[in-house]
Ligand binder design. Structure first.
Ligand SMILES: Nc1ncnc2c1ncn2[C@@H]1O[C@H](COP(=O)(O)OP(=O)(O)OP(=O)(O)O)[C@@H](O)[C@H]1O
Ligand code: NI
Length: 454
């Protein structure tokens, strides 16, 4: 424990948090790797995205593109031989959560301003595998200290101890009510802090409801367990709330059905019950990983409606994962298109569908059968390669109708599709499209997503 790092000194102004201040979740350079006997699979290879409060962020891509591993990384569910690598950061910015964590885990809370006097960027970048480029800077001295410590490199040079998971940017770490800016770093939560985040602030609905339901307990008892754990409700109060939740997710005759077992529910009703369980934690973020794939088409549409309704009435942010472009169009505010462990295009839903930029996105759109919701994605020729080596090229190039020579030699990074489009990025050498091909290629060549090396 790093109780020594807990200081009551007043910070001298907040360290720059690198923008995107209003996002609830801020994923930066996330790298999740599976070290199998056979190969090293870079399942998530340096992705960035954000989730704003109350919005629905879609993640779409073919099988094997890394959607579920992204969700599991956010939930802290990656198990050996997998690991979220150093250099990754997943920031959870809800201020109430930050304050309550600073209170509950004072020994794991650190004020970034207090580290400043001991921070020597040259030493960090000489003594660790970190590179300024992975943080988006050329000069080590420009990299914000908070980025370095949140990504875990502070531990390697003795700046932090490895226990800190709450970073205070503005306010007094020792006085939670004074905190005005900060975040919980999800790649560093463990133990009790992890249990409060996972299934608490962030909750997940899986493809198969039976993975979340225990066959030997009634549906009501499982919801009540969650209510007791996360809201401290017990007895009659909990029974009442469990029935109310089942009713809220559209289960008819909820007061009777709360006493039934999962096998007495139909597939669609089970998924509704799982959603009720997830809501029992009163989450700020609901992650849905293909929640309707196992259901028939009419039921699918009902569950999608339910998720949309929940999002509106309970002000929950949703991260929605599917391989189905039709569903993505229906549910998302913002869309991230994944391919072989990378986000290859990111935009608000309208521009993405009206004006797709990455050839992979175009391919996905062309293969929607009649644009109908629920239609399975017809495949683009070939399949997603296993990302088992460091990319020095475009992973989509072998399947890309627009590929040219340099695509085999330069790894594209997400860049604005044109000068005016900050919110629309594509990882493709064709962009920014208002630059000459040479200038665009130089931009991609010059930067890389670094991070921990095996
Ligand atoms: N436990 C594991 N061990 C080794 N490799 C894994 C493991 N889990 C996932 N992977 C690999 O990570 C990559 C991404 O898998 P992921 O399950 O995230 O894909 P997905 O986009 O969710 O696909 P689908 O649409 O089929 O669910 C794949 O190459 C997969 O083989
Ligand atoms: Ni998946």
């Amino acid at each position: 424990m790093s109780t020594d790092d807990r200081s009551s000194a007043t910070p001298t102004g907040a360290t720059d948090d690198g923008g995107g201040d209003e996002s609830l979740v801020d994923v930066r350079n996330l790298q999740t790797t599976f070290f199998t006997d056979k190969e090293t699979i870079r399942a998530i290879d340096g992705i960035d995205f954000t989730i704003d409060p109350g919005e629905t962020v879609g993640i779409v891509g073919e099988s094997g593109s890394g959607k579920s591993v992204t969700a599991r990384s956010l939930m802290g569910l990656i198990e050996s031989p997998g690991r979220v690598l150093r250099g990754s950061s997943i920031r959870y910015r809800d201020l109430d959560t930050v304050r309550s964590f600073a209170d509950a885990f004072s020994g794991r809370t650190v004020s970034v301003a207090d580290l400043e006097s001991r921070y020597d960027p040259v030493r960090v970048f000489d003594q660790t595998a970190a590179t300024p480029a992975e943080f988006g800077y050329a000069d080590p001295a420009d990299v914000p200290l908070v980025d370095v410590v949140a990504a875990g490199y502070g531990d390697e040079v003795g700046l932090t101890s490895g226990d800190e998971c709450v970073f205070v940017l503005d306010g007094d770490a020792g006085d939670p009510s004074s905190i005005r800016r900060g975040f919980v770093e999800l790649t560093r939560v463990s133990g009790e802090a992890q249990r409060k985040m996972r299934g608490g602030r962030i909750s997940m609905v899986f493809q198969d409801p039976l993975t979340s339901l225990n066959p030997v307990y009634t549906v009501g008892n499982q919801i009540k367990e969650s209510l007791s754990l996360h809201q401290g409700l017990t007895g009659k109060e909990a029974t009442q709330e469990a029935a109310d939740l089942l009713e809220a997710v559209g289960i008819p005759d909820a007061r009777r059905r709360v006493n039934e077992y999962p096998h007495q529910f139909s597939g669609g009703m089970r998924q509704r019950a799982v959603i009720a369980m997830a809501l029992a934690c009163e989450p700020d973020v609901l992650i849905c990983d293909e929640p309707t794939t196992a259901l028939d088409v009419t039921i699918q549409a009902q569950i999608l409606d339910l998720i949309a309704e929940i999002q509106e009435t309970r002000d929950v942010a949703v991260m929605f994962i599917t391989h189905d472009m039709g569903v993505i169009a229906d549910v998302s505010d913002r869309v991230n298109v994944m391919y072989a462990g990378e986000i290859v295009e990111s935009a608000d839903v309208e521009p993405l569908f009206a004006n797709p930029k990455h050839p992979y996105t175009e391919g996905l759109l062309n293969s929607i059968p009649g644009g109908q919701v629920g239609g399975r994605l017809a495949t683009i020729d070939g399949s997603v390669p296993t990302p088992n080596e460091e990319p020095t090229y475009c992973r989509f190039a072998p399947r890309c109708p627009k590929a040219f020579e340099e695509c085999e030699a330069v790894h594209p990074i997400p860049v604005p599709v044109d000068e005016t489009a900050d919110d629309h990025t594509a990882a493709c050498l064709l962009y920014p499209e208002d630059e000459s091909t040479e200038a665009a290629i130089a931009r991609h060549r010059g930067r890389s997503h670094g991070g921990e090396r095996e």
